[in-house]
Design a protein around this ligand. Structure first.
Ligand SMILES: Cc1cc2nc3c(=O)[nH]c(=O)nc-3n(C[C@H](O)[C@H](O)[C@H](O)COP(=O)(O)OP(=O)(O)OC[C@H]3O[C@@H](n4cnc5c(N)ncnc54)[C@H](O)[C@@H]3O)c2cc1C
Length: 388
């Protein structure tokens, strides 16, 4: 983004007919679907550039949501070329390291895994250069009447728009135009760890995790880990803990941080503890927040939300990215299906989105309870048994 000074108050502000705040998965797929149908959208993202932050983690993209969105975006075949072969394998262990379930990936699972960075690159590459204004941190927006909004940026500049879409994630700056809700702490904190070149440098950990996803679960605790397409292991260490638990850990000192986290796993199998003990680089803390289940708002002219901005939920049902994608695609399709009637398009989109998100938010909230029950991993095993 430019560092140009604020415009003089007499100059008209730049105007964008469609403005999307946030170039995450949801905002990008929306822009792509609109573009496929000949509608241009301007995207604004606070990141300095497309590559400013590594987009870690694997996502399983569901056939009836995330993949549906990629079909609408005309990118499904390219997506399939980029999936991580074998990534749908799953292992479920208890805290003693006993294997309760080990399924390989036979390619028929309907939920292929892709590296988040690869998916984002696919979407970004499908848009013309310059569609995303990087380094553009939105600080707020206000209604101008008739559904138009003025949006302000951290560099002091502003623009106006006829249609404002908040795709800016958990701490959305657009959400307050629609709803007073704020994300609340779910009671679960994550500490993320990476083990690089796993087959070569961490073969025992590579074997514990397997080719796809590992769930090693106990009461109120767990290691959720997966193999990434670059051969590293990414580990989410989950602990049911008070909101300030992470504040007491010095993450600037990786060895001290490892010791503090592993104290929570004192009597766990050494092969599981090694997922943290042998981590390369710093550990990364993350509190898990969620908006209320069933979060919704009254139709408000000229503005809406999608993805986490609309329905942030815990990751325990693996739905968030899939919902962001299908929200973006359906919003785009609804807008092109109602030319000249923006409000009808938004009402139709929101109606479907609210109902879909409520179901997933409830599943996600229950998912956390199920994973970390006193008899863990039984809750997850029951779920797999029901689905098979
Ligand atoms: C640990 C963890 C694991 C997860 N695992 C899975 C999984 O396996 N499967 C799954 O489906 N989901 C998963 N999720 C959820 C998933 O990551 C999110 O639901 C998804 O990324 C939401 O997409 P989005 O486009 O709505 O928002 P985001 O991906 O958060 O994108 C928002 C964008 O807005 C930008 N932005 C934010 N504020 C501003 C501002 N003020 N001005 C301008 N730009 C701004 C950000 O830079 C970002 O690019 C996980 C989440 C977590 C935390």
């Amino acid at each position: 983004m430019t560092s140009s000074p604020s415009l003089p108050s007499s100059a008209p502000l730049p105007h964008h007919p469609v403005a999307v705040v946030g170039a995450g998965l949801g905002g990008l797929v929306l822009a792509r679907v609109l573009r496929v149908h000949g509608v241009e959208a301007a995207l604004f993202d606070l990141e300095a550039s497309a590559g400013a932050r590594t987009q870690g983690g694997m996502l399983d993209i569901h056939d009836d949501s995330g993949q549906e969105a990629l079909r609408a975006a005309g990118l499904h075949e390219e997506f399939l070329r980029r999936v991580h072969p074998g990534g749908q394998a799953v292992r479920v262990l208890d805290r003693y390291g006993t294997v309760h379930l080990a399924e390989s990936d036979d390619g028929t699972g309907g939920r292929p895994e892709i590296d988040r960075g690869e998916l984002r690159a696919l979407l970004l590459g499908s848009l013309p250069e310059g569609t995303v204004r990087w380094g553009a941190k939105v600080t707020g927006a206000r209604p101008l009447g008739g559904g138009r909004h003025e949006v302000t940026l951290a560099d002091g500049t502003a623009f106006t728009t006829d249609l404002l879409i908040g795709a800016d994630g958990a701490w959305s700056r657009i959400r307050p135009l629609l709803s007073p809700a704020r994300p609340a702490y779910t009671g679960v904190s994550f500490v993320e760890a990476d083990l690089r070149e796993a087959d070569l440098r961490h073969p025992a950990s590579a074997a514990v995790v397997g080719g796809g996803m590992l769930f090693a679960l106990g009461a109120g605790r767990g290691f959720l880990a997966h193999r990434e397409s670059d051969g590293s292991l990414h580990v989410y260490t989950a602990v049911e803990a008070p909101e300030d638990w992470l504040d007491g850990i010095d993450f600037g000192d990786p060895e001290a941080a490892k010791a503090a986290v592993l104290k929570e796993f004192d009597d766990w199998d050494e092969r599981l503890r090694a997922l943290v003990a042998d981590a390369d680089g710093p550990l990364v803390p993350r509190r898990i927040h969620a908006l209320p289940v069933g979060h919704r708002w009254e139709r408000t002219p000229g503005v809406t939300l999608l993805g986490d901005a609309a329905h942030l939920m815990s990751p325990f049902a693996g739905e968030g990215a899939n919902l962001a994608l299908i929200d973006g695609a359906e919003l785009g399709l609804s807008l092109v299906a109602h030319p000249g009637d923006r409000e009808a398009a938004l009402a139709r989109y929101e109606d479907r989105m609210f109902r879909r998100a409520e179901v997933s938010a409830r599943e996600s909230a229950q998912g956390g309870d199920r994973l970390f029950r006193a008899d863990a991993p039984q809750g997850l095993l029951d779920l797999f048994a029901r689905h098979s």
